[in-house]
Design a protein around this ligand. Structure first.
Ligand code: PRX
Length: 642
């Protein structure tokens, strides 16, 4: 890697950072490798509050790991109560802005009260440790409070992103076996109401739950079903302000979060309390270099893992002031985010490359109209960041003063695993740089042998880490197959990567049938299954197509049942259909009707060829097993005509 592409930390930044030099970084990595028990034990003692100490630091019965076994703690207590005995009591925990412009500043003491009251509501409805609840809410402080109230009681939550459709919500409620759904009448997005309650009603037409608790957010009328639906504010009228935090086992499942895998069925990723909380808290210091005076803004929705780990659990456990914004970045105009940074004096800003590219496209005048001098650190997550977006982020947003931490991780990893420690590690635009201490990442071939530096291979993690997923809900076999069987004794990430001569990691994208659209994970099979449920569709094959803004876009090849002619109206109908089956963010950018799909002689769709058609417009690889080569030639020709 050429010297001019290295961005070492400035002396000023390094001198105040938690980790100040590469030597310190190396010492931590060495200690984690040589004495893992001591290493993690010291951190668990320092970073978390425990009701009871653990008896064992970790137990590893591949593929199942347990951390801090025998210990008792509570995530909600760690995020709230422990801050109340000192100056953080009156510090803003959440600084919230609604899309229409309302603001709320909620101190740690106030958030604690909100959470206790709502925990008492849940208790009053009969919920207790071991039960499960689904949260389907807009980005309002009550969404974080609902998560923390569940955590307080030991109720395992599953937050479903508000952009998911009723169908997707239903599948998640069902898989969770949840008896309680927490939602709102709606939320604001681009000046319109997102009809969350209506989606819950639709999801529950063939599914029974005991309670639906509805927050009044927009105030527009929604039907309430007697005996099932309850207003949050009405249930809250008769509860106390205090609710003790339940001492829970370290391994108690804190939450389940659904994510896309290679098949059509999303996986319920299970996270355990202690290990998850430890690594999310720790990365607030290691990666975001958090100090008490910082104002931290992660723009992710709480429905994604980034929102769980870096809007709620990590920053609140670390005692940060968190900015939370309900709506779209471009509403009412393209400077909404920059205006929030200016007005709230945001010092650490964390977002996705897709958002950066979309805002970059609007030109510099939007950020330049605002005072962004409060920023001191920038972060990127969810997809590789291309050099042009990196440069713009660095120069125009960070004014060349703020390091950019490019953070690699996954729903499954719980917390950031590969990232610069910004006071210690020189940056290279486009590289997530180095694994954090305790993370044994490697690039290997399918036999598990490391590939030489500079060569592409599979990214694996060699040993368990505290915040790793524990299993897939209701499907431990799939957990073993997906993550621990591809490469011996290693966690298989599903990503390709290469390491350069300095050992820096460059993430090259997924090696499976997962595509990454705007940093959102989608399974090609999930979209295909949605398409073939439409009465006009015979077969569908979905691939990711490179997109200037969203990284990848959904491109669907569709064959129709006899008697259906392809027409523009049908393409629009199918896009809408996918929005209905999964959510708007999964809508194909392009639908291409074709007479047949390229298949192997055994009948498997050759997605690789379709990928080549949409990326390079030509087919170069081996096509000897193709059943009908003319199909490919026709598809490629069709592309050239467009
Ligand atoms: O392909 C990698 C990509 O996002 C995938 C994980 O997606 P998800 O579970 O939805 O979590 C996203 C937010 C943590 C990974 O397998 N990915 C994530 N971060 C990066 C990335 N690709 C490149 N660079 C990153 N920094």
């Amino acid at each position: 890697m050429a010297e001019q592409n290295l961005y070492p930390p400035s002396r000023e930044f390094a001198s105040r950072a938690h980790i100040q030099s590469l030597d310190e970084h190396r010492r931590l990595c060495d200690k984690a490798r040589q004495q893992p028990e001591e290493f993690w034990q010291e951190l668990a003692e320092r970073e978390l509050h425990w009701f009871e100490r653990w008896t064992k630091v970790f137990e590893w019965n591949p593929p199942f790991a347990q951390w801090f076994t025998g210990g008792k703690l509570n995530a909600s207590y760690n995020c709230l109560d422990r801050h109340l005995s000192g100056p953080r009591k009156d510090k803003p925990a959440i600084v919230w802005e609604g899309e229409p412009g309302e603001e709320r500043i909620i101190s740690y003491a106030e958030l604690h009260r909100m959470v206790c009251r709502f925990a008492n509501v849940l208790k009053g409805r009969g919920l207790k440790a071991g039960d499960r609840a689904v949260i389907y809410m807009p980005m309002v402080p009550e969404a974080a409070a609902a998560m923390l109230a569940c955590a307080r009681l030991g109720v395992t939550h599953s937050v479903v992103f508000g952009g998911f459709s009723a169908e997707a919500l239903k599948a998640r409620i069902e898989d969770m076996g949840a008896k309680t759904v927490i939602t709102a009448d709606g939320g604001w997005r681009r000046g319109k109401i997102v009809e969350l309650k209506a989606a819950v009603d639709e999801a529950l037409t063939e599914l029974e739950v005991r309670d639906v608790i509805v927050l009044r957010r927009t105030g527009h009328p929604v039907p309430m079903q007697a005996g099932r639906d309850y207003w949050w504010h009405e249930l809250e009228q008769s509860v106390d302000d205090g609710c003790p935090a339940e001492p829970l086992d370290s391994e108690h499942p804190l939450f389940v979060l659904y994510t896309s895998g290679t098949t059509g069925k999303p996986k319920g990723i299970v996270h355990a309390t202690a290990g998850y909380l430890l690594q999310t808290t720790l990365t607030m210091k290691w990666v975001f270099d958090l100090r008490d005076e910082d104002v931290f803004w992660c723009t992710a929705d709480i429905g994604w893992v980034t929102g769980h780990s870096y809007v709620v659990y990590g920053p609140l456990s670390a005692g940060a002031t968190v900015v939370m914004y309900e709506g779209a970045p471009d509403f009412p105009q393209f400077d909404r985010w920059w205006s929030i940074v200016e007005r709230r004096r945001v010092s650490i800003f964390y977002t996705s490359p897709t958002a950066i590219r979309a805002l970059l496209k609007q030109g510099d005048r939007w950020p330049e109209a605002h005072d962004l001098s409060s920023l001191r650190l920038l972060g990127s997550v969810g997809e590789p960041i291309n050099p042009a977006a990196w440069e713009w982020y660095y120069r125009v947003i960070g004014k060349g003063r703020c390091p950019i931490v490019d953070t690699w991780w996954q729903t499954e990893t719980g917390a950031i695993l590969i990232s610069a420690m910004p006071g210690a590690v020189p940056l290279k635009p486009g590289s997530a740089t180095l694994p954090l201490p305790g993370v044994e990442a490697e690039v290997v071939d399918l036999n598990g042998n490391p590939v030489p530096r500079g060569e592409k291979g599979f990214l694996v993690i060699r040993r368990p880490w505290p915040s790793m997923l524990r299993t897939i809900l209701n499907d431990p076999r799939r957990y073993e197959e997906q993550y621990w069987s591809r490469v011996r004794d290693s966690y298989f990430t599903g990503d390709a990567a290469r390491q350069d001569e300095d050992g820096y990691f460059w993430i090259l994208g997924r090696v499976d049938d997962v595509i990454n659209v705007s940093g959102h994970r989608l399974s090609t099979m999930e979209v295909e299954s949605a398409l073939v449920r439409h009465p006009a569709v015979a077969e569908a094959a979905v691939v990711g197509k490179p997109d200037e803004i969203t990284g990848q876009a959904v491109c669907a090849f569709v064959t129709l049942k006899a008697g259906r002619a392809d027409h523009d109206g049908l393409a629009a109908e199918l896009r809408q259909w996918v929005a209905h089956e999964i959510g708007s963010f999964a809508k194909p950018a392009e639908i291409r009707f074709t007479e047949a799909l390229p298949k192997t002689r055994s009948g498997k769709i050759m997605r690789r060829l379709l990928r080549e058609i949409v990326t390079s417009h030509a087919v170069t690889g081996d096509v000897t097993t193709l059943e009908d080569l003319s199909v490919v030639n026709r598809l490629a020709a069709q592309h050239d005509e467009e």
